[in-house]
Design a protein around this ligand. Structure first.
Ligand SMILES: [Zn+2]
Ligand SMILES: [Zn+2]
Length: 393
C-alpha cells in the first residue's frame, strides 16, 4: 500500500470532491430558478463529446498508445480540449497510462485495481502531486513543442476554453451562469467519472475473452458510458490497436471518430491487429476455460476430451498460419504490382506485370480455401467446447 503512505495533495482532493457537489447543487438550483434552455443542453453535449473524445481518441489512443497518426490540427484540437477535461497535461496522463499498461495490477500501476474500486477510481489522484513526476516513458511526446506548450499552460487553456467558452456562449442568450454550469461544471464531472470508470469498473466487471493475465474486462454497457473504452480486456491484450470494440456493432464512438477523420485524410496509419492474432488470443482463453472444466469432470472422460480438443486446436492453429501466410503473400504482391506500375514504359514490365497478376490470382484462391478451412476448424472447436460444457462436473 505504498501509494496511500504519500501525503494527500489537497488541490486534487478539494477539486474532485467539491466539483460534483457544486455541479449538482448548481444545476438543481439554477434549473429550479430559471429552467433549462436548449442551448445549455447543446453546450453540455458539445463540450462533453469534444473533451471526452479528446481524452479517449487523443490522450489515450493517439498520444499514450500511438495507435494512429493525426494531422497537426487534430493533435492541437486534442491538446486544447483534452486540457479542458481537467485530467492534467497529456504528458502526465500518458506517462501514468503507459505505466498502467506496463505494471498493471501491481504497486507500480498508478491506478492499481488490486487496491479496490475507490483507489483505482479516484483515490489514487488524491495522492498525486505534480512535483514527483518523471517523463522517461514519454520521450517521444516530449519532443513535440505543442505537447510541451500544453504541459505548461493546460490550466490556463482549461479556464479560458473549458469554462470561458460556455460562459460566453451562455451570455449570448443572457444566461452566462447556465452556460457555465452545463457546458463547464456538469460536463467536467461527467467526463471525469467516465474516464475514472475505465480505471475502476473496467478492471472489475465484465468478461475476459482475450486474456486472463490481468484484471481488465470487456463490458458493452461500460463501453456505452465511456465512448467505447469499455472493451478494456481487448485493449489490454492489444493496446496498439486504434479500436477497442473491434466488431462493427460494438459501441465505440472513439473508433468511429478516428475512422471518419481518416476518411477526410486527417488521420492515417490506423493500426489494426491482424484478425488471426485476435482469434488466436480468443482460442487461448477458450483453452484455459476448457482445461478448468476438464479438471472437474471424470478422469476417464477427461483424457479423451483433452485429446480431441488438442487435435482441434492444432488444426485451427495450422489454418490460422496458412491464412496469415496467404494474406502476407497477397500484400507483398500488391506492393510489387504498385512498384512495377512506375515502370510502365519498359517492354519487360508487361511480362512481369502478368506474372504478378497470375500469382495474385493464385494466392487469392488459396486465401479463400484457407478461409473456409479456418471457418470449419473454428466451428469444430466451438462445437467441442459446447459439448464439453454440457458434461456435468
Ligand atoms: Zn486498464
Ligand atoms: Zn490504454
Amino acid at each position: 500500500m505504498a501509494r496511500t503512505q504519500k501525503p494527500l495533495y489537497w488541490p486534487n482532493v478539494l477539486f474532485l470532491t467539491l466539483s460534483p457537489l457544486a455541479a449538482l447543487i448548481g444545476a438543481v438550483v439554477y434549473t429550479r430558478l430559471y429552467g433549462i434552455h436548449p442551448l445549455e443542453i447543446t453546450l453540455f453535449l458539445l463540450m462533453f463529446f469534444a473533451t471526452g473524445l479528446s481524452i479517449t481518441g487523443g490522450y489515450h489512443r493517439h498520444f499514450a498508445h500511438v495507435s494512429y497518426k493525426a494531422h497537426p490540427l487534430v493533435r492541437l484540437f486534442y491538446l486544447i480540449f483534452g486540457a479542458c477535461a481537467l485530467q492534467n497535461s497529456v504528458l502526465n496522463w500518458a506517462s501514468d497510462h503507459r505505466n498502467h499498461h506496463k505494471y498493471v495490477d501491481t504497486e507500480r500501476d498508478p491506478y492499481n485495481a488490486a487496491l479496490g474500486f475507490w483507489t483505482s477510481h479516484i483515490g489514487w489522484i488524491f495522492y498525486q502531486s505534480p512535483v514527483d513526476r518523471s517523463f522517461t516513458n514519454v520521450g517521444d511526446l516530449l519532443r513535440d513543442q505543442w505537447v510541451r506548450w500544453q504541459h505548461r499552460y493546460h490550466w490556463q487553456v482549461a479556464v479560458v476554453v473549458g469554462f470561458g467558452f460556455p460562459l460566453l456562449a451562455g451570455a449570448l442568450i443572457g444566461r452566462p451562469v447556465g452556460g457555465l454550469i452545463w457546458g463547464g461544471l456538469v460536463r467536467v464531472v461527467f467526463v471525469h467519472h467516465m474516464t475514472f470508470f475505465i480505471n475502476s469498473l473496467a478492471h472489475m466487471w465484465g468478461r475476459q475473452p482475450y486474456a486472463r493475465t490481468d484484471t481488465s474486462r470487456d463490458s458493452w454497457w461500460l463501453a456505452f458510458l465511456t465512448n467505447g473504452e469499455g472493451y478494456h480486456n481487448f485493449h489490454h491484450r492489444f493496446p496498439s490497436d486504434y479500436r477497442n470494440g473491434i466488431h462493427w456493432y460494438q459501441w465505440d464512438p472513439t473508433k468511429w471518430m478516428i475512422w471518419a477523420l481518416h476518411a477526410v485524410r486527417m488521420t492515417e496509419r490506423l493500426h489494426r491487429i491482424p484478425p488471426h492474432l485476435i482469434l488466436k488470443a480468443r482460442v487461448e482463453v477458450d483453452a484455459i476455460d476448457a482445461e478448468m472444466h476438464l479438471q472437474r469432470i471424470a478422469p476417464e472422460l477427461g483424457v479423451s476430451w483433452r485429446q480431441r480438443l488438442e487435435a482441434a486446436k492444432v488444426r485451427m492453429d495450422h489454418a490460422m498460419v496458412q491464412w496469415a501466410e496467404a494474406k502476407a503473400k497477397i500484400r507483398e504482391l500488391k506492393e510489387t504490382a504498385w512498384k512495377d506500375s512506375e515502370h510502365t514504359r519498359h517492354a519487360a514490365a508487361d511480362e512481369a506485370r502478368r506474372a504478378v497478376a497470375t500469382a495474385r490470382q493464385h494466392w487469392k484462391a488459396k486465401l479463400q480455401e484457407y478461409e473456409s478451412r479456418l471457418k470449419g476448424a473454428r466451428n469444430e472447436w466451438r462445437l467441442l467446447l459446447q459439448g464439453l460444457s454440457n458434461i456435468p462436473a
